[in-house]
Design a protein around this ligand. Structure first.
Ligand SMILES: [Zn+2]
Length: 373
């Protein structure tokens, strides 16, 4: 079969799959395309808390052990107003539409490359995985690593997360977590003097967080110079429910954000916040699944294969997160895809067509290198 990457990307863009809604329609379409491209396809669904069906696909072609997996997601951020997000437009070397860059374009490039290889040519298996809910805490990726029989029955040796990286191999990215600190007071009209302000209760803790922010910005122990910027992005936002000036705040919630990097005392930084909150008798909770960083050696075999396929002299780090975090315990992983992350989630999202077409060649070289020799 012969697939065209611009055409396939356009077809995917035209089937809306915004994260809050079901992605079953685009998954139906993808399943057919993968089957036509010679893949055995496993369809893995769950119903999300809003009752929407979320579909994940894992395809495998060829037999044997090891091999390569190309990993993408089929959900996109919402279309947004101000443009026509689900009508793909090709203009002056760019393909416009929601998901063109993040990441239906990269997904299409991986499928087109995979379709070029017959099972008989493959000495090691080739996998394509397409998850749901990536834009919602990477839920689909955690689901497939637990539930996919094709993957758990014999993990590919190598994993390429096809997120947009302008076709530069990425060996590390930051992760992050949230810490929620709550002070409880008593709401009352200030004329009664019966209130107890949650804001006054949390204030000493906030002053300490302000000092801690200075420590994180200056103490090299909390930084990693492989990243730009090298700091952990410590941030604080507050919500006291908008108490009017004549009422004491009944509850104040401080949410603190921290970006994770390797070798930057991330766990210790979290612990410092948690301990200070406890010392002030405040309620504290570290967000359920903190998204860890991704880090492999720039000399690791997957990164080196990506450098060979792209001709890049060396791999880079990026400040945004991907599902490589989920996959790195199981496979040699690298992030590599066409398009710029600057385009992701924007009104008027686009991908450079020349880069999209180049990605097909890059993924083809990777498949040849890792699955046919
Ligand atoms: Zn993405």
């Amino acid at each position: 079969m012969s697939l065209n990457v611009v055409e396939l990307t356009s077809q995917l863009v035209a089937i809306p799959s915004e994260t809050p809604t079901t992605n079953s329609a685009v998954s139906d379409f993808l399943e057919k395309v993968l089957v036509q491209a010679g893949f055995a396809v496993e369809r893995l669904s769950y119903i999300d808390p809003n009752g929407e069906e979320k579909v994940n696909l894992v395809g495998k072609k060829g037999s044997g052990s090891g091999g390569l997996g190309l990993f993408s997601h089929s959900d996109t951020v919402p279309g947004d107003a101000g443009w026509d997000p689900f009508t793909p437009v090709v203009q002056e070397g760019k393909l416009y539409g929601r998901g063109s860059c993040d990441m239906k374009g990269p997904l299409a490039a991986s499928i087109v490359a995979a379709s070029r290889f017959d099972a008989a040519q493959l000495t090691k298996p080739l996998f394509i995985a397409v998850t749901s809910d990536e834009e919602n805490g990477h839920i689909g990726s955690y689901f497939i690593v637990a539930e996919s029989k094709l993957l758990t029955g014999g993990w590919p040796a190598y994993c390429v997360v096809c997120e947009p990286s302008e076709l530069l191999p990425v060996y590390a990215h930051k992760g992050g977590t949230r810490i929620v600190v709550t002070a409880h007071g008593v709401a009352a009209h200030t004329s009664t003097d019966k209130g107890e302000s949650a804001n006054f209760k949390i204030a000493p803790f906030l002053a300490e967080m302000s000092d801690l922010a200075k420590v994180f910005r200056t103490d090299k122990r909390f930084q990693n110079d492989e990243f730009s910027p090298p700091t952990n992005g410590f941030n604080l936002v507050l919500n006291d429910g908008g108490a009017p000036i004549n009422v004491t705040a009944g509850k104040t919630v401080a949410t603190l954000g921290l970006r994770a990097m390797p070798n930057a005392a991330f766990a210790e930084a979290i612990q410092m916040v948690v301990e200070r909150a406890r010392a002030h008798n405040l309620e504290v909770e570290v967000a359920g699944r903190s998204i860890s960083h991704f880090y492999v050696s720039p000399d690791s075999p997957a990164v080196q294969a990506a450098c060979r396929a792209t001709g890049a002299a060396r791999a880079v780090t990026v400040p945004y997160g991907t599902e490589a975090v989920t996959y790195q315990p199981y496979m040699q992983s690298v992030v590599l895809g066409p398009g710029s992350i600057a385009q992701a989630h924007t009104v008027g999202e686009w991908i450079d067509i020349a880069q999209l077409e180049e990605a097909v060649e890059v993924y083809s070289r990777l498949i040849e290198d890792l699955c046919t020799k």
